[in-house]
Structure formats: structure tokens, C-alpha cells
Design a protein around this ligand. Structure first.
Ligand code: GLU
Length: 440
């Protein structure tokens, strides 16, 4: 077992102001139990889904640029593979823990099943602050991590992808390290690569695009024409920025955006195309905010205030656990579309439901990422690239199909959108388990 040289902050330290902190694993397990209670699912199937199939923990030594050696801890949690190879991102973040990886790997299982992709769920990462690494250090760390988990991944076994703190370049190094050891180029071992080496056009924008598509469908369904709809977006990384830009293009008014330092609110709408995303230029929202004149209702506000704005649609697209029992009563949006993974705690979700606020869950809303990952994997296996137009057309159709399946359950069973997503996912997974049976 690896020892942590850098341990994540104690949870009470990280959440000193919140009375409602729960780990991704706790949220994921509570959601599963709640959904299963309303479904006729075999107890044995459920019991298996409560636990990951495997969690790999590895030590990743890194030679720093100054010649010293530092040791990091890496994980790969593999939750379920009954419907296909494990699939899910790699996260580089100081708060990564074993439990977080397990919780996030469970969400990947449901996400792939909601989208009807032939994948199971996984998630991994390294306990490290990538901002403290030079590009060379990040490359060495990634290559060594690829080597440490090489035996448990592969294009037919477990296919990593980008997540918080990792990007297409990280995936390129990872693919190269794996391929060099295998003695042949194997682009299908990871997705989210740059297009020149087997990556898919449209993959980087895909999670934001799917958030925008399901927002559009949901707004139309509940009678909010986009031309009269106001939207607040928390987080301006790839998910938040791309969702904001598309919704603006389709006629919505984006009245607030934020980054880690704070937010800007303009009731007449912000020209979101003029602000680079965090990936294009880190903390550009901060610079944009510094340059505004605070008049005519235009204001600099905090991230907490953004969440409580009286808008039609709120899109939390930054980190997990931002809507908690502490602020759920103050959320004034009519519709919440989860761009981040796990932005709403279990307790907050119940409060929002009771207040009649519709929550479109992460496992549908940001699933465009893994859906285009699936397209990328198909392109890699077939050695044939798709055009951006084809990727976006197929993504549109997959998202609308998945959204419609959830809407049918919402109508038929009179349940929340999150419960509907679990119904669809669990039925597909339970069917697969039943058909395959238990071996030996
Ligand atoms: N990390 C992304 C997610 O949370 C993408 C996973 C993938 O493409 O495999 O959905």
C-alpha cells in the first residue's frame, strides 16, 4: 500500500463552514438506495452495485525539476463492467481520495447506462495539486502513473479520459507511455486525446454541449422559450463556458458567470463569447470582473450569491457539493442543470424537490463528455476519423434520445429527473446482470 506524502485536507478543514458535507461516495450510495427502494430490483444485484469491483492504489514517485524525489498516491476505482469495459476520467487534485474515486466511478456506471453506451464505470486520479507542477513534472508524473496502472487498463478493459486537472495533453502522454510499453500505438487506451493522434473533434466541448442541449429540451418542455430564459453559470471551465456560449447562441440570456475568485452579474446579459474559458486563459472571468463598471445593476458578486440569483436556470459547473442543506432553501432558480459531477448533496436534493425546483442530474446533463469519448473509441478502433459535424449531429441525437427516456419515466412514475435517471440506468444494468448471471 502506498503511503501519502501529501495527504488531502481533513474533511472538517475543507468544509468548516458547511453543516452538510458528504463525500461523493456517501451521496452516490444514498442516491442508489433511494432509487432502488422504488424499483423491483433483486437484492443481490443491488448489493453488488453498492461496492466497486476493484480499487487500485499505487505509489507514483516523481523526480522534481530540482532533482528531488516526491511520492504521490494514485487510484483507479473500477465499479462495474457488466455492460462493457470500465470507463471514466482521471482527476489530478489535492482532494482526491479513494472514496471520492469510488463514488465518482459509480456515477460513471449510471452515466454510461443512462446514455446506453457499452461501457461500465471507473474513475481515478492522483492526490496532487497540478498548479504546483511544471509541464515537465506533469508529463513525468503522468507517464509513471500510466506505467503503475498499466496492468489493469487497456482499450478493452478500462479506458481513462480527462477530468479535473487533466487535459488532452495529459491523455497524449498517457497514451504514449502505454503504447511504448506495449510495443504498438494503441490510441483506444484513453479518450480525450488531441485530434492529431486519434482524439475526436468536438470531445473537449462535448460536456458543455450536452448541458446546453438538455437545458434547451427541459426549458421547452416546461414552457420557457430560450429567448425569454435567464441563465446563471457557476464555473467557466470547459463545461461552464461551452454551455454558456451555446445557450447564448440559441437565444438565452446568460446573466451571471464565475470563476474560483468570484462572479459577475449583469441583468441585461453578459457577452460570454468575449470571455476566454479557464482552459483557454486561466481566471479570465476575474480579469473581466475587474474591468466592469458597477452601475445599472451590473455587479461583482460572490460564487455563493450567484447560486442564489433569481434566474430561470442555474448551472453549477464548477466543483461538487455546492448546493447543500445550508443554501438549498435560498436557491431561487426554477431549473437546476448539473454541469459538474455531484454539485448537489443528498439532503439539498430533497429540499429542492420539495420546493418544486427541477434538477436535471449530472449523469444525464454532462454525459456528452463520455458519449463523445465513446465516439472517439469507435474512431480509434476503426482507424477512421469523423467530421466535427458528424460528432455534433450524433451527440445531439443521443442526448435527445436519453433526455426523452428520462422524461417518459418522469411522466409515467411522477418522480424527479434524478430518480428517473436511476430508474433507466438500474433497469439496464440489472437486465444485463440477470442475462449474464453470476460466474462461477
Ligand atoms: N470525466 C468525464 C466525466 O465525468 C468523462 C469521462 C470519459 O469520457 O470517460 O464524465
Amino acid at each position: 500500500m502506498a503511503s501519502h506524502q501529501r495527504s488531502p485536507p481533513a474533511s472538517d478543514e475543507a468544509t468548516a463552514t458547511s453543516t452538510d458535507h458528504e463525500s461523493a461516495l456517501e451521496t452516490a450510495r444514498r442516491q442508489l438506495d433511494r432509487a432502488a427502494a422504488g424499483l423491483d430490483i433483486d437484492d443481490a444485484v443491488l448489493e453488488r452495485l453498492e461496492h466497486p469491483a476493484a480499487v487500485h492504489e499505487v505509489t507514483v514517485p516523481l523526480e522534481r525539476d530540482d532533482g528531488s524525489v516526491e511520492v504521490f498516491t494514485g487510484y483507479r476505482a473500477q465499479h462495474d463492467s457488466v455492460r462493457g469495459p470500465y470507463k471514466g476520467g482521471l482527476r489530478y487534485h489535492p482532494d482526491v481520495t479513494r472514496d471520492e474515486c469510488v463514488g465518482l466511478s459509480m456515477w460513471m456506471t449510471w452515466k454510461c447506462a443512462v446514455m446506453d453506451l457499452p461501457f461500465g464505470g471507473a474513475k481515478g486520479g492522483i492526490v496532487v495539486d497540478p498548479k504546483e507542477l511544471s509541464a515537465d513534472e506533469k508529463e513525468r508524473l503522468t507517464r509513471r502513473f500510466a506505467q503503475e496502472i498499466r496492468d489493469v487498463i487497456g482499450p478493452n478493459a478500462d479506458i481513462p479520459a480527462p477530468d479535473m486537472g487533466t487535459d488532452p495533453q495529459t491523455m497524449a502522454w498517457f497514451m504514449d507511455a502505454y503504447s511504448m510499453q506495449e510495443g504498438e500505438t494503441i490510441p483506444g487506451v484513453v479518450t480525450g486525446k488531441p485530434p492529431g493522434i486519434g482524439g475526436s473533434y468536438g470531445r473537449e466541448e462535448a460536456p458543455g454541449r450536452s448541458v446546453a442541449i438538455v437545458t434547451r429540451e427541459t426549458c421547452e418542455y416546461y414552457g420557457y422559450p430560450l429567448s425569454e430564459t435567464t441563465v446563471a453559470v457557476q464555473g467557466f471551465g470547459s463545461v461552464g463556458a461551452n454551455a454558456a456560449r451555446l445557450l447564448e447562441e440559441w437565444g438565452a440570456t446568460v446573466v451571471a458567470v464565475s470563476d474560483v475568485n468570484g462572479a459577475v452579474y449583469d441583468p441585461d446579459g453578459i457577452d460570454v463569447g468575449a470571455i476566454p474559458s479557464h482552459d483557454e486563459e486561466p481566471e479570465a472571468v476575474t480579469r473581466f470582473a475587474a474591468g466592469i463598471d458597477e452601475d445599472d445593476g451590473v455587479r461583482r458578486i460572490s460564487n455563493e450569491e450567484l447560486l442564489e440569483l433569481d434566474v430561470d436556470v442555474l448551472i453549477p459547473a464548477a466543483v461538487g457539493n455546492v448546493i447543500t442543506a445550508d443554501n438549498a432553501d435560498a436557491i431561487a432558480a426554477d431549473i437546476v442543470v448539473e454541469g459538474a459531477n455531484g454539485p448537489t448533496t443528498f439532503a439539498a436534493d430533497a429540499i429542492l424537490e420539495e420546493r418544486g425546483i427541477r434538477v436535471i442530474p449530472d449523469i444525464l446533463a454532462n454525459a456528452g463528455g463520455v458519449t463523445v469519448s465513446y465516439f472517439e473509441w469507435l474512431q480509434d478502433i476503426n482507424r477512421r476519423a469523423w467530421s466535427l459535424e458528424r460528432v455534433n449531429e450524433e451527440l445531439e441525437s443521443e442526448m435527445v434520445t436519453a433526455w426523452t427516456a428520462l422524461r417518459d419515466e418522469v411522466e409515467r412514475r411522477d418522480i424527479s429527473w434524478r430518480d428517473a435517471a436511476y430508474v433507466v440506468a438500474l433497469e439496464r444494468i440489472a437486465d444485463a446482470q440477470e442475462m449474464r448471471g453470476l460466474w462461477p
